[in-house]
Design a protein around this ligand. Sequence first.
Ligand SMILES: [Zn+2]
Length: 249
Amino acid sequence: MMNCEEADRFLDAYLDGELEPDKRAELDQHLADCPECKEKLARLRQLREFFTANAPHYPAPPELRGKVLARLEVTRRSNLISLVRRPWLYAAALLIVSLVLAWLKFFPNQEEQVANQAVANFKRAALLERVCDIVSPDPGVVKPWFTGKIDFSPPVVLPGLNFQMRGGRLDVINNRKVAAVTYKRDKDLVTVFVWPDAGKPVPQKDWTISGYMVCAWNTKGLNFVAVSNMSESGLDEVVGHLKEAVASQ
Ligand SMILES: [Zn+2]
């Protein structure tokens, strides 16, 4: 005869239909005589159904998906046997991963918010045809214009590459006043937003947001976010030249 302790060990395999027929018969016999084990089985079954039914699915960004899969792989290796025996643990893990993904989706990280705001500013300025408050091809005119209007002195440099300076304006990113400097070459438009990092440097990163290229970097205690209607490689080249010019200033 099977006792309660033994029965308990076989409950998961029982629910998975993995028990050999004679073990299964023994357990059936025990469950018929033992209300406690029967109750335990019912609770186990409910728990599984809950997790299976409540695990939603969201598409994962590839980068995060890779990390999660790598993490699951580690967990899987260390818990292979118990996980095989307890598929509802997979469902529970999936539920947690899904909640994290949903959270990331609705609360994008700070740097992505900055990039989105920069693009919104770029589009708004173009729509209002108010790209610059000070229009001048001369950095020597644009740079002093910022004095007294903003609490730092933005580097105002030319990228070369046949770009002309259009001018500068004030704008707002992350609830702070920033300097915006715009360059133009035929139809190519680049606006560079600059502000002191105050201990929160933006990471070096590129985005494509609703068709606009965005490139962020940090140097000399300043955050830079460039937005352009150019192709990615075009903007990369401009940014390379701007970095050199700022470094040699
Ligand atoms: Zn029992």
